[in-house]
Design a protein around this ligand. Structure first.
Ligand SMILES: [Zn+2]
Length: 243
């Protein structure tokens, strides 16, 4: 699974350079280094995540057992629950001022590509991991399923943040099923009304179902970032939640 994920990340990284939708900014190397740096720091949370997932698998029994659905049925339901949970958490990150402080560093990126999918503040990663214990405990979601979901989430995040220019008709059709760059770039538009829309991470249906879908796809040349704010230095991004 890890090899397939790394292969996918490399493929997207190459494709967005061969078929770029937007011209990258002049300081793109610095930008990518900043994003990867935040990603590396966020990865230090991995031991905690593994510990938490281990705790879930031992000593806790689910409040709502899904065994009656069979192994495959339970797995599908658990992945859907985690996708809805991730959607709801993302809405909370935008709605609750304290949570926004930890999510804003992700949004302050003024261009998007595969590296943006790893640009998260360590605090956001820790909060999300702790919060994910809630659905995991309720539905008995074990470490293997949590890791599988994390891999699918990462693969889709790399894709929907990417700067790949896709054929419009293909992307429109794909948008009915999963989040595409056309959907997610609108979420990164430096206009608060657009930033507060299109929250879903994998399946695009949750935004349509819960009334947060933005009808407009991305437009070339639209400003990316946070309305009224500027990109920060690497240290400035780390300090951002504690200002
Ligand atoms: Zn967001």
């Amino acid at each position: 699974m890890a090899a397939a994920l790394f292969g996918w990340i490399a493929l997207v990284f190459v494709l967005e350079r061969l078929f770029a939708a937007e011209a990258p900014p002049t300081d793109n190397g610095t930008r990518i280094a900043r994003n990867v740096g935040l990603g590396v720091i966020a990865m230090t949370a991995a031991p905690l995540l593994l510990w938490l997932t281990g705790r879930i698998s031992t000593g806790f029994s689910p409040i709502i057992p899904l065994a009656a659905l069979g192994a495959a049925g339970a797995l599908i339901v658990q992945l859907l629950i985690l996708d809805i949970w991730t959607y709801a958490m993302h809405r909370a990150y935008h709605r609750v001022p304290l949570l926004w402080r930890f999510h804003a560093p992700h949004h302050l990126d003024e261009h998007l590509d595969a590296s943006s999918a790893f640009r998260f503040h360590l605090g956001e990663i820790l909060i999300s991991a702790a919060a994910r214990l809630i659905p995991a405990l309720i539905f008995g979601i074990g470490p293997a399923t949590l890791l599988l979901f994390e891999a699918i989430l990462t693969a889709n995040a790399v894709f929907h943040h990417s700067n790949i220019r896709l054929p419009a008709r293909f992307e429109r059709a794909l948008s009915w099923i999963v989040v595409t760059p056309a959907i997610h770039w609108r979420h990164h538009h430096a206009l608060r009304a657009d930033t507060d829309s299109n929250y879903t991470a994998i399946l695009s249906i949750w935004d349509r179902l819960f009334g947060s879908a933005n009808p407009r796809p991305r437009e070339l040349g639209m400003a990316i970032g946070v309305e009224g704010e500027r990109e920060r230095s690497f240290a400035g991004l780390l300090a951002y939640p504690f200002r």
